[in-house]
Design a protein around this ligand. Structure first.
Ligand SMILES: Nc1ncnc2c1ncn2[C@@H]1O[C@H](COP(=O)(O)OP(=O)(O)OP(=O)(O)O)[C@@H](O)[C@H]1O
Length: 236
């Protein structure tokens, strides 16, 4: 179970004429690996991870998920790679918390009891237990982010990618989500967390990859604080 990125290059703009956002990145995320992808604003982190499940198609290079090219089977990639973005305002498909988290598992055609079990479990992990009936448009920003994380957890993906997941989360929710990520990681799920602040995740990370100007500037299990600072990343 791996995500394999080879020479991923992506340019924004009509026909790829604009900004070169990611410039030939190669990266493998293995089974049960906890990878932190860091880098200053605009270094290409989001553009890179959006290719992991086919939300973006690279102009050059390729992404394979579990040895299958994403371009050949984007539907398989989307169920295998769970993805959560910061400020998931437009990402909700239902009006209430429980219905939204249940939507993914329902589409997998799972039995009702299994769906209910996953929804309960995922809401518990983000400290939203018992709030199934609440309307998403009446939640705070951090609560909405927690629902989005629960939605990804309920899919039970092989890989979980979280783009700036902790920014809006209070300390209790943050600790709870981190504990769940650790459990999943121990169970063999690979976890990719995008951040420019390593304090929350340094203890869990197996490896830290730092992007600068769309390229890999650092790929290490044991980063030197000065090297991180120089790349615009706050050390743990
Ligand atoms: N929709 C877009 N249209 C044009 N350029 C874009 C678009 N999205 C991102 N870019 C540019 O691509 C580059 C990489 O952006 P990206 O969002 O991948 O960086 P990031 O590392 O995730 O940044 P941040 O830490 O701010 O989230 C930046 O120069 C950015 O201005």
């Amino acid at each position: 179970m791996t995500i394999t990125v080879e020479e991923y290059t992506y340019r924004y703009g009509e026909g790829g004429a604009g900004v070169l956002a990611v410039d030939g990145v190669s990266l493998t995320v293995t089974d049960g690996e906890f990878l932190v992808l860091a880098g200053a604003n605009g270094s290409g982190k989001t553009t890179l991870v959006r290719g992991f499940n086919g939300l973006l198609t690279p102009d050059e290079g390729s992404v394979r998920v579990n040895d299958r090219p994403v371009a050949d089977d984007p539907v398989a990639a989307r169920s295998s790679v769970g993805m959560v973005f910061q400020d998931p305002r437009d990402g909700f498909v239902a009006a209430t918390v429980g219905a939204d988290v249940a939507f993914g598992p329902e589409n997998l055609g799972l039995p009702r009891e299994e769906i209910d079990r996953r929804v309960t479990d995922a809401l518990d992990a983000v400290r939203m237990a018992g709030r199934d009936e609440e309307r998403i448009d009446e939640l705070s920003g951090g609560e909405r982010e927690r629902v989005a994380i629960a939605g990804a957890l309920a899919m039970d993906p092989d890989h979980l990618v979280l783009d700036e997941p902790f920014t809006g989360l209070d300390w209790a929710a943050r600790r709870s989500v981190l504990a769940r990520l650790e459990t999943l990681d121990d169970a063999g799920v690979s976890v990719v967390v995008v951040t420019h602040d390593l304090r929350d995740v340094a203890a869990l990370a197996d490896r830290i990859v730092v992007l600068a100007d769309g390229s890999v500037a650092l790929d290490t299990a044991d980063p030197v604080p000065d090297a991180l600072t120089a790349l615009g990343v706050r050390p743990p």
